[in-house]
Design a protein. Structure first.
Length: 102
């Protein structure tokens, strides 16, 4: 399995209604230094309807304004449809909606 495949497999494991950070995905995929690689892989997501890249946010719990599949507002909308709640300043409470790294 190559790096992108590991990343996609890890992203697919994020449950509906939860989010993970780029750094968490990197760590779970095998290397905590792959956070930028995660971003690149998700930007090139070969199956956007299958690989839920919208569930990956930055370390502050914010959406990617340059979300490859429609921008930050689309990413936010997709997350809200899954029950993720945004704080007034636009971030997600990672303690409430973030996945736990093991």
């Amino acid at each position: 399995m190559n790096v992108f495949e590991k990343i996609y497999e890890t992203v697919c494991a994020i449950p509906k209604g939860k989010v993970a950070t780029y750094g968490q995905i990197a760590t779970l995929a095998g290397n905590p230094r792959w956070a930028r690689v995660v971003g690149y892989a998700l930007h090139n997501n070969p199956a956007p309807g299958v690989i839920p890249c919208h569930r990956v946010v930055n370390r502050e719990g914010r959406v990617a304004e340059k979300f490859a599949f429609g921008g930050g507002e689309i990413q936010r909308q997709l997350l809200e449809e899954e029950g993720v709640v945004f704080e007034q300043d636009g971030h997600i409470d990672l303690k409430k909606f973030g996945v736990t790294c093991h």
